[in-house]
Design a protein around this ligand. Structure first.
Ligand code: NAD
Length: 336
């Protein structure tokens, strides 16, 4: 199958990761990189021989050879840029979060569906070896019914000006949980957050989500933490799982712990605690973004479903918007 010619818009902090992975893949030709900043263009020029580096991204849209455009500009600009790309009949690979609002994201999803073009959104954790392994273990039934998921994403910084800590960090937890639970929206949530060092954005936050299958997911995120933590605990009816994304080689543990009851006796008085073995599944070390761009190629060329489509991203935005609503109302919010 033929290579896909791709243009990249935005070469700030994250754009170079996209460029590196498109260049490393035999499936793509990174033809253009656009950035408004001269400094970033000069970095792009040095690091990407063979790609045309430009300031005005519209040049990419004029080129009929370009099939796919990746958008790694600040989130507030995604909507206008993606709309322009889709209206030219080209596929879009947009950074997370897709847009700042549900209405804008819905418009992009409808536009792509009408045009028959792909709208893919970069939620990189859905392509990580660890999350893929967790998903296959959950889907195999090994963990049983999921009861509770507890997730933490803590760091010192990077404090953002245009989004709060939920839109910056919890977007990852929400998308991982959405993926593990099979793409269902929580039906309600309650969030709390605070600003400490600056007035603009909440730097610490916690949210509790309730899913229709009785699952509870708790997420804590912070830009004000003395340690970096990215960990998730999953409590199932048969086993439990612990995912530590910082750990170099033991990222996932499947632990045979649980509680059972002697059916002949009073339930409250006779719980039996099971302390079994822990399993460390072997993970391959493919970079998430590399797997993501390879799967995106298959989606564009052969129509295989992409796990992080515009419609999937819309669910994540509904959750993030409901979190903001809960912060304002200081009440539990229902999601419809
Ligand atoms: N997938 C991930 O894990 C991940 C990680 C970090 C950031 N992001 C997302 O990537 C996006 C960019 O974040 P960042 O941290 O790289 O931001 P950044 O500010 O470092 O970079 C954005 C770049 O876009 C350029 N730009 C802005 N408007 C432009 C335009 N109209 N045309 C051409 N260039 C333009 C800027 O000059 C800048 O160089 C955000 O949506 C962010 O949420 C995703």
């Amino acid at each position: 199958m033929s290579k896909i010619s791709v243009g990249l818009i935005g070469y700030g902090y994250w754009g170079p990761n996209l460029a590196r992975n498109f260049r490393a893949s035999d499936l793509y030709e990174l033809s253009y990189i656009a950035d408004l900043s001269e400094k970033r263009r000069s970095a792009a020029q040095k690091e990407n021989h063979g790609s045309r580096v430009i300031s005005d991204y519209r040049e990419i849209l004029e080129d009929s050879k370009i099939e796919l455009v990746a958008v790694a500009t600040p989130t507030s600009t995604h909507y206008a840029i993606a709309r322009e790309i889709l209206s030219r009949g080209k596929h879009v690979f947009a950074e997370k979060p897709l847009t700042n609002s549900i209405a804008q994201a819905e418009e992009l999803v409808n536009l792509s569906e009408k045009a028959g073009t792909i709208l893919a959104v970069d939620h990189p954790f859905l392509f990580s070896s660890a999350v893929r392994k967790l998903k296959s273990i959950i889907d195999s039934g090994d963990i049983g019914d999921i009861f509770v998921i507890d997730s933490e994403r803590l760091n010192l910084g990077l404090i953002q000006k245009d989004t709060n800590v939920f839109w910056d960090l919890a977007v990852h937890d929400v998308s991982i949980i959405d993926y593990l639970l099979g793409g269902v929206l929580p039906h309600r949530l309650m969030a709390d957050a605070e600003r400490y060092t600056q007035q603009d954005q909440h730097e610490f936050g916690a949210v509790s989500l309730r899913y229709p299958g009785k699952q509870i997911a708790n997420i804590r995120v912070s830009w004000l933490s003395p340690i970096k933590a990215r960990r998730m605990m999953i409590v199932g009816s048969k086993k439990m799982a612990y995912f530590d994304d910082i750990h170099p080689d033991e990222k996932i543990k499947i632990i045979d712990k649980g509680v059972e009851y002697d059916s002949d006796k009073d339930k409250a008085l006779f719980p039996v605690y099971r302390w079994g073995d822990a399993l460390l599944p072997r993970l391959d070390n493919t970079e998430s973004l590399r797997r993501e761009v390879d799967e995106l190629y298959a989606t564009i060329r052969t129509g295989t479903p992409f796990p992080s489509s515009g419609r999937d991203a819309l669910r994540i935005l509904k959750v993030l918007s409901a979190i903001d609503e809960s912060l304002i109302s200081r009440m539990e919010v229902a999601i419809v």
